[in-house]
Design a protein around this ligand. Structure first.
Ligand SMILES: Cc1cc2nc3c(=O)[nH]c(=O)nc-3n(C[C@H](O)[C@H](O)[C@H](O)COP(=O)(O)O)c2cc1C
Length: 203
């Protein structure tokens, strides 16, 4: 991982090279956590932790359950911010953009990349289970696990989304000096006439 280009070095024209450098490579199998912020149906922000399933070089993918609040919220306002914190590297990436469903092939590939535990969770994580006592939940979990010993397919409720950035803010700390922040913004002048601009921000 390279550091953020410090003044007077001119940063790259667009943020995707830096993102590719800071986020896991597509074939790494790594799925770090990130905070996914959406606009709640009441207008207040909403946020929760999800796995960063994939950065494909242009979009950030995440996966969830079709019955979740975030899916309802994204159906109303298909925009979100993801915050990826890397405390060990003193780094933070905040990416805001437009959210759209991934293809069925992409959603299936992400499910296959999940651990058996997370695949079982995708099948079992429903409101009915949420209302059961812990002992009953484990009985139900074990019964489902035993009844499906082979590879699991995704449940019908499995959903994948990809966020296409319009703003990317990269933050890097320096224990001996001020932190560095580089903010990229997508300028949409006319249809098919887009370009990225950047600024150095304090903080
Ligand atoms: C470490 C961690 C990872 C998580 N990963 C996911 C995930 O990839 N997808 C997901 O839908 N929920 C994930 N969750 C659960 C969410 O934080 C959240 O509780 C759930 O998605 C329901 O959110 P919603 O009601 O706001 O839609 C994760 C939680 C934690 C603590």
């Amino acid at each position: 991982m390279t550091g953020l280009p410090q003044a007077p070095t001119t940063p790259p024209d667009e943020p995707f090279g830096l993102l590719a450098d800071w986020l896991p490579a597509p074939d790494s199998g790594e799925t770090p956590v990130m905070t996914l912020s959406t606009t709640g149906v009441d207008g207040y922000p909403d946020a929760r932790t999800v796995l960063l399933s994939l950065f494909d070089g242009a979009r950030v993918h995440f996966h969830t359950d079709s019955r979740s609040r975030k899916v309802v919220e994204l159906g109303v306002v298909p925009r979100a911010t993801v915050t990826v914190l890397q405390p060990e590297a003193a780094r933070q990436v905040v990416i805001t953009g437009d959210v759209a469903p991934v293809t069925p092939e992409e959603a299936l590939a992400a499910f296959r990349n999940r651990s058996r535990y997370l695949q079982l969770l995708a099948w079992q994580n429903d409101v009915g289970t949420a209302h059961l006592a812990p002992a009953e939940r484990r009985v139900r979990w074990d019964a489902f696990d035993a009844a499906h010993p082979g590879p699991l397919d995704p449940p019908p409720t499995w959903r994948g989304y990809a966020l296409t950035p319009v703003r990317v803010v990269l933050w890097e700390g320096d224990e001996r000096g001020p932190s560095t922040r580089l903010a990229y913004e997508l300028e949409r002048r006319r249809k098919n006439r887009e370009r990225w601009t950047w600024e150095r921000w304090a903080g």
